[in-house]
Write a protein that binds this ligand. Sequence first.
Ligand SMILES: [Zn+2]
Length: 153
Amino acid sequence: MAKTRCNDHVVGAILASWRYDITGISPEMSRDYENHFAECSHCRGRQKFHRGLDVTLAVLTSLAVLFFLFALAVVQHIKPLEHVAFVVLGLDISDMYHMLLSAGFAGLLFSIAALALVLTATPAPSYLSDLAAERRKVIEEHLPAAIRSMRSR
Ligand SMILES: [Zn+2]
C-alpha cells in the first residue's frame, strides 16, 4: 500500500481527511472524486482499507454486545459462581452477584454505545448494504433459469 503514490496530491489529501468516504457529499461533487478513485490505485487501496476497518469495528462492537449479554445470562443462572465467591474469595454472595451484575450492565451499555458510534460515524452500514446488494446480484445471476423464472413471478 505504501509503495503506490497518489497521482493528485490535492485530491488525495482531501480524500484522506474524509477517510476516503464520499458517501456524504453531493452527487456532482462526488463524480470528480469517483473519477479520481477510478484513476488512482493508491486512493482505491486506501478506501478499501478504511472500509475494511469500519466493518471490523462494527463486527467487534457487535460481538462485545453479544458477549456482555451472554455474561449477564451466565451471572443470572450459574450457581458455581456462588461457590467461588463464598469459599474462594470469601465474599458475601449478594455482594459478588451485584458486583458482577453491574459490571455486566456497564459493559453492555458501553458496547452498545460503541456500536452506535461506529454505525453513525462511519459509512459501514451503507458499505455493508452495498456489498450485500452486489452479492445478491451475483447469486441471482448464477441461479438456474428454472428458479429464476419462479422468482420473477
Ligand atoms: Zn489518489
